[in-house]
Design a protein. Structure first.
Length: 276
C-alpha cells in the first residue's frame, strides 16, 4: 500500500543551526524514511502553532536525516527558529514536481542561487554531486548581500570547494558589498554570469532566489544565449497551503504547488506577474 503523503511523519529535532541573522537550518530525524527528489517540497508542522511548506535542503540520497533551511518571517518560522534538540515536529509530503535530472544528463549544469534561494538549490546541488558522472560539468554561482548573509558558510567555503579537485565542479561567488576579508567577486549575482566558460547550447540553468534576483538573472541568461526551455526556475516562494486549495500560489492557470514548484521559463514567461 502506498504511503499517505497527507499524514505527517513524526520527526525528532537533532539540531537547529544558525546560518545567518534571519536563517536557520533545522535537522530532523524522521521516525520512518522520508524520501523526496530535488525540487519537491514538504509541509513542516509545529504542534500547537501551525505548518508551512518548505523545500528540503538536505541531500535526497541521505535517508538518515532531513534538513530544512528556513527564513524567519512569521509565526511558524519564528517557532521553527526556537526549536531545540529533542523537540517533536511533523513532516508530510513530498509534493510537487522535481527537477527533471534525466534531461540534464550529458549536459553542462549551471546553478544560480541568491540569499535564502541557496536552500532549495542545495538539495539539487548535492544530488548532482552524487551523480556527477551524468553531467559534463557543474557550475555553481552564488550571491548574497554581504559575507555575513551567506548560509552554509562552512560547506560553501570549505568542504564543497574541495570537491572541485575530484569532480567537474566550479564555483563563482559574489556579494553585493564586500568587506576587507572578502576574496571573491563583488556585485549582484548576475556578475557571476559574465565570461562563463560553458557550452551554452549544451547547458541547462537553474535559478532560485528572491523575485528581483530571479528576474534579472533570467534576463541575463537569455542575453548570453540560454533558451527559455533550458532555464529552470524554482517558484516555491509563492506557496501557502501546499496542496492546491488556497489558490495563493497560482501563476496564471498554473498551481505552483501542484504543477511546480519547478518550471521552465518557457512555461511561465507569458503568465501575468511571475516576478511578483
Amino acid at each position: 500500500m502506498d504511503k499517505n503523503i497527507y499524514q505527517p511523519i513524526k520527526c525528532v529535532v537533532l539540531d537547529n543551526i544558525v546560518e545567518s541573522p534571519t536563517i536557520n537550518t533545522v535537522v530532523l530525524k524522521p521516525e520512518k524514511e522520508f524520501s523526496f527528489l530535488a525540487g519537491q517540497f514538504a509541509s513542516l508542522t509545529v504542534p500547537g502553532v501551525g505548518e508551512a511548506p518548505f523545500t528540503p535542503s538536505s541531500s535526497p540520497f541521505d535517508k538518515e536525516k532531513l534538513e530544512f533551511t528556513v527564513m524567519r518571517v512569521g509565526k511558524v518560522t519564528e517557532k521553527i527558529h526556537q526549536l531545540k534538540k529533542g523537540d517533536i515536529v511533523g513532516v508530510r509530503g513530498p509534493y510537487g514536481k522535481p527537477y527533471p535530472l534525466e534531461k540534464f544528463k550529458g549536459k553542462e549544469v549551471l546553478l544560480v542561487g541568491g540569499g535564502v534561494g541557496l536552500a532549495p538549490i542545495r538539495a539539487l546541488f548535492l544530488a548532482l554531486v552524487e551523480t556527477y558522472n551524468d553531467y559534463k560539468k557543474i557550475v555553481f554561482c552564488c550571491g548574497a548581500k554581504s559575507p555575513s548573509d551567506y548560509i552554509y558558510k562552512d560547506k560553501l567555503f570549505n568542504d564543497w570547494q574541495k570537491l572541485c579537485d575530484k569532480i567537474p565542479l566550479s564555483f563563482r561567488i559574489t556579494v553585493d558589498k564586500k568587506d576587507e576579508n572578502w576574496k571573491y567577486m563583488e556585485g549582484v549575482v548576475t556578475v557571476t554570469l559574465d565570461n562563463l566558460d560553458m557550452d551554452i547550447k549544451n547547458s541547462v540553468s537553474i535559478v532560485c532566489g528572491p523575485p528581483i534576483m530571479m528576474k534579472f538573472t533570467t534576463f541575463k541568461l537569455l542575453e548570453i544565449g540560454f533558451a527559455p526551455e533550458n532555464i529552470y526556475l524554482s517558484m516555491e516562494r509563492k506557496m501557502y497551503c501546499g496542496v492546491g486549495h488556497c489558490r495563493h500560489c497560482m501563476i496564471g492557470d498554473l498551481f505552483v504547488c501542484k504543477d511546480g514548484p519547478v518550471f521552465t521559463y518557457d512555461q511561465i514567461k507569458d503568465k501575468p506577474n511571475i516576478w511578483a
